[in-house]
Design a protein around this ligand. Structure first.
Ligand SMILES: Cc1cc2nc3c(=O)[nH]c(=O)nc-3n(C[C@H](O)[C@H](O)[C@H](O)COP(=O)(O)O)c2cc1C
Ligand code: SF4
Length: 599
């Protein structure tokens, strides 16, 4: 079927805007949806035709990402952040209140076709929740009075551009600054020094700094860059991982919001080190509100000769950066899934090896690093490797940004040298009667009150940045259940142990929450978790069971008091599922039941 003239011109415009390159399919889909309100089958047909791609290729990308939809979501789509800290701040009540105000049910378009309200995974505003997205733009610090105002603006059908700006103001909440957040870099200063050193000495400085990646795994940055530099290819690429999807993490948001020069300078230093001419920032869709500001920083840097051809007058040093937006998929933070997404495909992790440093974006040598890693690299180029190595601990050099949220008086971003104790951070942020801290997000480590003297560093408790605090009033089972729901929602579905395992784990946790769990379910969860841990294809599956494993071990009471049923009860109410059939056939005899209840 061919698209209507309007849809045709929308698709034409999107294809032209992104150079007709199939690798830009994600950006084209975003542009078409923004104009057409959704991605109907005709738009998929037309995109496939215009790009010369099989329809299934476009369809699989369009259906993979949570933010794409084939039916309209109305003039106002509101997605409430579903992280546990948003729940603790009253997310569920506020969402319900908004739905009542607007006469809409979650997950269904309102009868007048005006509004759609639903939950989404964490939107990166844990320090100012509950938060939501409206048509992709962040609405932080929601309260009942703000919801009243939002409902009124929607009922009046006011365009978002005319809404009070204070509704969209995202605070930085920097509470403790060190060299990254507190000492401004003069744009170009690191790059000038890097040019004086040249690529080899620059890599030697990076090596001496002992910088390890800030995205979680802690791989040594100099080793990654050196290997990429050695790899043969037509082009080399510098990719910045700005997906920041781990619930409870928001420090990259702050770096990009107010220290973008530092990050872009780090990427440009990397380009010099590995011999790249093109850089790509993968910005999570939830940070759409940052896009214009980031583009203007890039323009300013081009005008200042810090990007483009012959950077800082050095002939042959050509490099530029473009920004690609994601569309709501946590798995795209995994580096090979991220590269797939940058190539316009569903974000499914690749088989590795080969690793991106030899075969990454468009199968060319590519480095993928976290936003904060590039910020550190810029500082190292400016101040030298020895300066950086002197900060932190022997195996964890430098400072680390923490995203602190939950039961604390002062949520926000804190910069500490690696090696700080959990207890120190709790004291500084004004933790309220803390029982546990989830360090590094759901895939990280649950640190109980007995372990608060542990140190945050690769030697002890590693972290990508999240630091979620739970007071003694919180139910750690509910925390783990929220995380189990998150992983089941975000599993990409590529491999069975993770797809089925995360879904079963979620269902058993729900069964326990409903008071129907037994010791048998606990054993079943333990076997499931072992399978997930050992047989999954990527890091998501390997870590998805962590919150349940760790809370079971550290807070056994939170589980045991729920085990009301001594014998096994099925996780699904099979008999209940037959009720409709019984009503239709008018039967209610013993044979129409799976198990007849004791009279
Ligand atoms: C499921 C999953 C999600 C991830 N999400 C992110 C992310 O949001 N940001 C990030 O920098 N790294 C993330 N990573 C780690 C990346 O795969 C990769 O290791 C990292 O970007 C490398 O950068 P670094 O060496 O600077 O840490 C994730 C890994 C997994 C398995
Ligand atoms: S482990 Fe999960 S997220 Fe990773 S590839 Fe398998 S299904 Fe996808």
């Amino acid at each position: 079927m061919s698209a209507t003239p309007d849809l045709q011109s929308i698709v034409t415009h999107a294809v032209e805007r992104y150079g007709g390159h199939a690798a830009n399919l994600m950006q084209m889909l975003r542009a078409v949806q923004a104009q057409a309100g959704c991605l109907p089958g005709e738009a998929v047909d037309e995109l496939a035709r215009r790009l010369g791609l099989p329809r299934v290729r476009v369809e699989s990308t369009a259906s993979f990402y949570h933010f794409f939809h084939d039916k309209p979501h109305g003039a106002y789509e509101i997605l409430f952040s579903d992280n546990i800290v948003d729940h603790m701040a009253g997310k569920q009540e506020l969402m319900q209140y908004l739905c009542e105000q607007l006469w809409v049910e979650p997950g269904k378009l309102s009868e007048d076709g005006l509004v759609y309200v639903e939950s989404t995974s964490d939107v990166g505003m844990g320090d100012q929740g509950p938060a939501a997205l409206i048509n992709g733009y962040a609405l932080p610090a929601l309260s009942k009075s703000r919801i009243d105002l939002i409902a009124e603006l929607i009922r009046d059908r006011k365009a978002l551009a005319d809404w009070p700006p204070m509704l969209f103001e995202v605070a930085d909440n920097v509470r403790r600054a060190g060299p990254l957040l507190g000492e401004a870099l003069e744009p170009g200063a690191a790059l000038r020094h890097a040019l004086e050193l040249g690529a080899d000495k620059l890599l030697a400085e990076l090596d001496a700094s002992n910088l390890r990646g800030r995205g979680g795994a802690g791989y040594k940055t100099a080793a990654k860059w050196a290997s990429c530099r050695r790899a043969k290819g037509e082009n080399h690429y510098v990719v910045c991982n700005g997906d920041e999807g781990e619930p409870g993490t928001f420090k990259d948001r702050v770096l990009l919001q107010n220290h973008a020069d530092l990050v872009f300078e780090g990427m440009t230093v990397a380009a010099l080190a590995i011999g790249a001419t093109r850089g790509l920032v993968y910005l999570r869709g939830e940070y759409l509100y940052l896009l214009d500001k980031l583009e203007s920083v890039l323009s300013r840097r081009r005008e200042a000769g810090l990007l483009g051809l012959g950077i800082l007058g050095r002939k042959g040093f050509d490099f530029d950066i473009e920004i690609h937006l994601g569309a709501g998929a946590y798995i795209c933070g995994e580096e090979s899934a991220l590269i797939e997404s940058l190539e316009g495909k569903p974000g499914k992790p690749r088989n590795r090896p080969p690793y991106p440093d030899t075969s990454g974006y468009l199968n060319q040598p590519t480095i993928v690093n976290n936003v904060e890693t590039y910020a550190c690299a810029a500082k190292i180029a400016e101040r030298g490797g020895a300066w950086f190595a002197a900060l932190g601990t022997p195996q964890s050099a430098g400072t680390k940004l923490f995203s602190v949220s939950g039961d604390v008086k002062r949520p926000g971003v804190y910069e500490y040298p690696f090696g700080v104790t959990v207890r120190q951070v709790l004291a500084d942020c004004g933790a309220l009667n803390p029982q546990a801290v989830q360090v590094g997000g759901p895939s990280g480590t649950c640190v109980s009150w007995k372990e608060f003297d542990r140190r945050v560093a690769f030697e002890d408790v590693p972290t990508a940045g999240a630091f979620m605090v739970f007071s003694r009033e919180r139910d750690m089972f509910e925390v783990a259940r929220n995380f189990a729901h998150f992983f089941a929602h975000e599993s990409c579905g590529f491999c069975t142990p993770c797809r089925v395992g995360t879904s079963l784990l979620k269902r058993i946790m729900d069964k326990l929450a409903a008071g129907k769990g037994s010791a048998y379910d606990m054993d079943q969860m333990k076997s499931l978790m072992k399978i997930q841990l050992t047989m999954s294809h990527c890091g998501l599956g390997h870590t998805a069971a962590n919150p349940v494993v760790q809370t079971m071990e550290k807070f056994p009471d939170a589980y045991e008091h729920r085990l009301k049923a001594l014998a096994f009860e099925p996780a699904f109410d099979l008999d209940g599922a037959l009720q409709t059939a019984r009503l239709i056939t008018g039967r209610d005899d013993d044979w129409a039941h799976i198990v007849r209840e004791e009279q």
